[in-house]
Design a protein around this ligand. Structure first.
Ligand SMILES: Nc1ncnc2c1ncn2[C@@H]1O[C@H](COP(=O)(O)OP(=O)(O)OP(=O)(O)O)[C@@H](O)[C@H]1O
Length: 237
């Protein structure tokens, strides 16, 4: 068994002939929390979409726990244990939280007899969802919707969680309340997490390693403590 959750080598990707990711290589260790930061448009979301099979790279290879996905689709990557929580939550506003979870369980082909247990597992991590599970997602606050979005991803029991800017629209304290129980899944469930964030203070507090991206390339890799000096951080942005 390899020690790496993700090994990506030489990934390039873009849109309509414009290259956004340029020969990017990244490794995420098993049980590691890696924080990816960078300015708007640097290519962070594109990288997550490539890693989840939503966007096909024009070059490069990927292995998940040492295995090459059979094809470059979310079904194949999901089958190897990868889940993405997209930027902007993406919850269906007219559906209740229970319906959203039901749909996620159905599309992941989780047998009926196991569905209750899966939901209970998610409620253990994010207990506040219980209070609003019968409400339509469109009536929930930003933080509550973010919990639903993360909860939906956890229902598939991922081994690798890709989180795209979960703090957007949340007050720092709310983000802290959200990210800490997710980060704890590394210990309790052996999960590996790739966290794209702008809220560096809270994100660094839970991360083992930081990558900084600029114009589709990594320009820094190191421990969060190396960027405590904000002047350094500003130079990199
Ligand atoms: N579907 C798309 N079609 C065309 N161009 C796109 C598409 N999605 C993203 N881009 C472009 O690709 C570049 C990288 O975008 P991406 O969303 O990956 O950056 P990001 O680092 O996640 O930015 P942000 O922090 O603003 O979310 C940007 O120039 C963006 O305009």
């Amino acid at each position: 068994m390899t020690d790496y959750a993700i090994q990506a080598l030489g990934l390039s990707a873009g849109y309509g002939g414009r290259e956004v990711l340029q020969d990017v290589s990244l490794s995420l260790k098993s049980r590691e929390i890696l924080c990816l930061i960078g300015h708007n448009g640097a290519g962070k979301s594109t990288l997550l979409r490539v890693l989840f099979g939503l966007h096909r790279p024009s070059a490069g290879t990927m292995r998940i726990f040492g295995q090459t996905p059979a094809n470059h689709t979310p079904a194949a990557l999901g089958g190897l244990g990868v889940a993405l929580v997209p930027e902007g939550r993406g919850v269906f506003p007219d559906l209740t939280v229970e319906e959203i979870f039901g749909l996620a369980l159905w599309s992941a082909s989780v047998p009926k007899g196991e569905q209750r247990e899966r939901i209970e597992e998610v409620l253990e991590v994010l207990p506040r969802i219980r209070e609003f599970r019968t409400r339509r997602a469109g009536t929930l606050s930003g933080g509550q919707q973010q919990m639903v979005s993360i909860g939906r991803a956890l229902l598939t029991r991922p081994k690798v969680l890709l989180l795209d800017e979960p703090s957007i629209g949340l007050a720092p304290k709310l983000f802290q309340d959200l990210i800490r129980p997710i980060a704890a899944l590394r210990e309790s469930r052996g999960m590996s997490i790739l966290l794209v964030e702008q809220n560096v203070r809270e994100a660094f507090a839970v991360s083992d390693r930081v990558l900084v991206m600029r114009s589709g390339q990594f320009i820094f890799e190191g421990a969060p403590g190396e960027l405590d000096d904000h002047t350094r951080l500003m130079e990199l942005f």
